[in-house]
Design a protein around this ligand. Structure first.
Ligand code: ATP
Ligand code: MG
Length: 564
C-alpha cells in the first residue's frame, strides 16, 4: 500500500486540513517519513480525489498564460490525466525505466510541469536545466549525468544536436513544438495526444532518487545534487504553509526559470497545500510585464529573486492595483533592506525573505507574521538545526561570525541532498564534525535571527577587518544613483585588500561626473554604515556578471581584480 491508499482503493477521505497537517508534521520532522512515498500518487492524486469530493474551491491547480492571450488551466484531475499520458510517453516511446535519468530543459511551458510529474509516476529521475544553456553547458550536463533522454524546445534543439554525438548515454530526444518534426527527435505533443490515460504509478521508496539538480555555478563548475522522493516531496510542505503561507485558495506565481531549484520548491510547496501554481511564459524578464500580470490576474502570492525586486521598485508602483496580492517572498540572494522597504511602502505588502540551497530545502525563513528584522534572512526553519560554527565544526555563540551549518549527526535530516553525485571528495569536504557546511558566512543574534555576510570566498579581509559584501551593497542601494552593485576585494599594497564596488547607475545619474559621484557615494556609505566598510575603489559599469538565474557572480569580478 502507498502512503495514502493505493490506486483503485482510495482511503476514506478526511478533510483536506487533516491530510495536509499529516504531511506538515512529517515535513517538520515531528512524524517519521513513510517507507514508501511518491508525490504524484500520495499528494497529487489525493488532491484529485479531494477536489472531486468538493473539498477544494474551484481554483485551478495549474494556470499558465503566455501574455498574448493563450491560457491553460488544469484542475488536479486534469493534471493527473495529462501527466499519466506523459508517463506513458516516457515509458513507451522513450523506453525509460525507473532510475533512468532525463534532462528537462524547457522554457516556462506547461510541459515542464507535466513531464516533472510524469517522471515521478515512472520513477525516472528528472534533471532540470535552464534554457540559456550553451552547447558546452549541455554537453557537460549530459555527460556528467549520463541522461538517457532530453526534452527541450525548438530553440535548444540545434544545440543538443551539435553535441549529442559526444553524449553516448543519450538515447531519445523529445521536442516540445507545434511545428514540423525534426530528424532524430520525437514530437512530444503528438505523442501526448495519442497516449493512453491509464497508468499505474510506480511504488517508490521514500529514499529513491527523485531529481538531480546542478547548482547555480556561482562559485565554480555546477555540482550535481541528488534529492530523494521524500526530500523534496515532503520537505517543502511546512515552509509552503508557513513561509509561503499557501492554502487551497491561493494562486502562487514564482517567476523563476524552470531549471532552478526554485521552480521545484514552488511545485513542492504549492501542490501539497492545494494551492494553484500560476506561470507566465515570460520570454524575458520585463518589469512592466510582471506588474501588469499582477494587476490582471488574481495572483495572491508572488515570489521573485531580489534582482527582479530591484527592477520592480524602480517603477512607479502606485500606478498599479494589485487587488489580490497579499503575500510576497524572495530568496536565492540577499535582499537589500532598502528594496524591501520601497516595495512595502508602495504596495503595502511585506516582503518575506528565505534562504536555502540546491542541497537543502528552506534553511532560514521569515514565516508569515513573524517579526521581520530588516536585513536578516530570518530564523532556522525546522526540521533543520542551523548553527554558526567555526572551521572545526564547533558551535559559536550568538553574535559571532562563522559558517552557516546544518546538523547532520546523529540524524541526517530526511529533507537533504543525498550527495554530490560522483564526487565523494566534494561531499566529504562539505561536512565538518556533526555539521554540513553551507559555504556561507553569517551571524546569529540572541533571538535566533541569521544575518548573512556573504559566501565564504566573498568576505573581504581589509587590514584584518572582515567585511561582508552584502552590507556594503545594501548601504549603496540606499543611494538614488545606485541601481545595483557588487562589492569585492581588490589588492592593496598596504591593507592587503580593500573594498571595491562595481556600480550600475540608475538612468537619472548615468551622465553625472564619475569622480564627484564616487566621492558622494563613498561619503554616503560612511554615513549609513561603519565607515571602515566604505569602498575605497569604485567602478561604474553598465552591467554586473550574473548566473543565468540572476545571481551576481562576485567571484568573476574578484578574479579580474586580482589578475590585474
Ligand atoms: P554554486 O554552489 O554552484 O556556486 P550556488 O550556491 O549559487 O552555486 P544555489 O544552490 O542555487 O547555487 O544557491 C544557494 C546559495 O544562494 C546559498 O548558498 C547562498 O549563498 C545564496 N542564497 C540563497 N538565499 C539567500 C538569501 N536569502 N540571502 C543570501 N544569500 C542567499
Ligand atoms: Mg552553492
Amino acid at each position: 500500500r502507498g502512503f495514502c491508499g493505493s490506486p483503485g482503493q482510495p482511503a476514506p477521505l478526511p478533510v483536506p486540513q487533516k491530510i495536509v497537517a499529516t504531511w506538515e508534521a512529517i515535513s517538520l520532522g515531528r512524524q517519521p517519513v513513510p517507507e514508501y512515498f511518491n508525490f504524484a500518487h500520495d499528494v497529487l492524486d489525493v488532491w484529485s480525489r479531494l477536489e472531486e469530493a468538493g473539498h477544494r474551491p474551484p481554483n485551478p491547480a495549474f494556470w499558465w498564460v503566455n501574455g498574448t492571450g493563450a491560457e491553460i488551466k488544469w484542475s488536479f484531475e486534469e493534471l493527473g490525466k495529462q501527466s499519466r499520458k506523459a508517463a506513458n510517453v516516457l515509458e513507451g516511446a522513450c523506453g525509460l525505466q525507473p532510475g533512468d535519468r532525463m534532462m528537462l530543459v524547457l522554457p516556462r511551458l506547461p510541459e515542464w510541469w507535466l513531464v516533472s510529474v510524469a517522471c515521478m509516476r515512472t520513477g525516472v529521475v528528472m534533471i532540470p536545466g535552464v534554457t540559456q544553456l550553451t552547447e558546452k553547458d549541455l554537453k557537460y550536463r549530459l555527460q556528467a549525468s549520463r541522461a538517457k533522454s532530453i526534452i527541450t524546445s525548438d530553440s535548444l534543439a540545434p544545440r543538443v544536436d551539435a553535441i549529442s554525438p559526444e553524449c553516448p548515454s543519450l538515447q531519445t530526444k523529445l521536442l516540445v513544438s507545434d511545428s514540423d518534426s525534426r530528424p532524430g527527435w520525437l514530437n512530444f505533443r503528438e505523442l501526448l495526444r495519442e497516449a493512453p490515460t491509464e497508468h499505474n504509478c510506480l511504488r517508490t521508496k521514500s529514499g529513491d532518487p527523485l531529481a538531480i539538480y546542478f547548482t547555480s555555478g556561482t562559485t565554480g563548475a555546477p555540482k550535481m545534487v541528488e534529492h530523494s522522493q521524500s526530500s523534496y516531496g515532503l520537505g517543502f510542505v511546512a515552509s509552503g504553509r508557513r513561509w509561503v503561507a499557501l492554502t487551497e485558495s491561493d494562486i502562487f506565481w514564482n517567476t523563476t526559470d524552470t531549471g532552478w531549484v526554485k521552480a521545484a520548491w514552488t511545485l513542492f510547496s504549492a501542490w501539497p497545500n492545494g494551492a494553484c501554481i500560476f506561470v507566465h511564459e515570460l520570454p524575458r524578464v520585463d518589469a512592466k510585464v510582471i506588474l501588469n500580470t499582477l494587476s490582471t490576474f488574481p495572483i495572491t502570492t508572488l515570489c521573485c529573486v531580489p534582482t527582479i525586486f530591484r527592477l520592480l521598485v524602480q517603477e512607479d508602483l502606485t500606478r498599479y492595483q494589485f487587488q489580490s496580492l497579499r503575500h510576497c517572498l524572495t530568496g536565492g540572494e540577499a535582499l537589500n533592506p532598502d528594496v524591501r522597504e520601497k516595495w512595502k511602502r508602495q504596495t503595502s505588502v511585506e516582503l518575506y525573505e528565505g534562504y536555502g540551497q540546491s542541497e537543502t530545502v528552506v534553511i532560514c525563513a521569515n514565516p508569515k507574521g513573524m517579526k521581520i528584522k530588516s536585513g536578516s534572512m530570518g530564523k532556522a526553519f525546522p526540521p533543520y538545526d542551523v548553527q554558526i560554527v567555526d572551521d572545526e565544526g564547533n558551535v559559536l555563540p550568538p553574535g559571532e561570525e562563522g559558517n552557516v551549518a546544518i546538523r547532520i549527526r546523529p540524524t541526517r535530516p530526511f529533507c537533504f541532498f543525498n550527495c554530490y553525485l560522483d564526487n565523494p571528495e566534494k561531499t566529504a569536504a562539505s561536512e565538518q564534525g556533526d555539521f554540513y557546511i553551507t559555504g556561507d558566512r553569517a551571524r546569529m543574534d540572541k533571538d535566533g535571527y541569521f544575518w548573512f555576510m556573504g559566501r565564504n570566498d566573498d568576505v573581504i579581509n581589509s587590514s584584518s577587518y572582515r567585511i561582508g559584501p552584502v552590507e556594503v551593497e545594501s548601504a549603496l542601494a540606499e543611494h538614488p544613483a545606485v541601481l545595483e552593485s557588487a562589492v569585492v576585494s581588490s589588492p592593496d599594497p598596504i591593507r592587503g585588500e580593500v573594498v571595491k564596488a562595481f556600480i550600475v547607475l540608475t538612468p537619472d545619474y548615468s551622465s553625472h561626473d564619475p569622480e564627484a559621484l564616487t566621492r558622494e557615494l563613498q561619503e554616503h556609505v560612511k554615513r549609513v554604515t561603519a565607515p571602515y566598510k566604505y569602498p575605497r575603489k569604485v567602478a561604474f559599469v553598465s552591467e554586473l556578471p550574473k548566473t543565468v538565474s540572476g545571481k551576481i557572480q562576485r567571484s568573476k569580478l574578484r578574479s579580474q581584480e586580482w589578475r590585474k
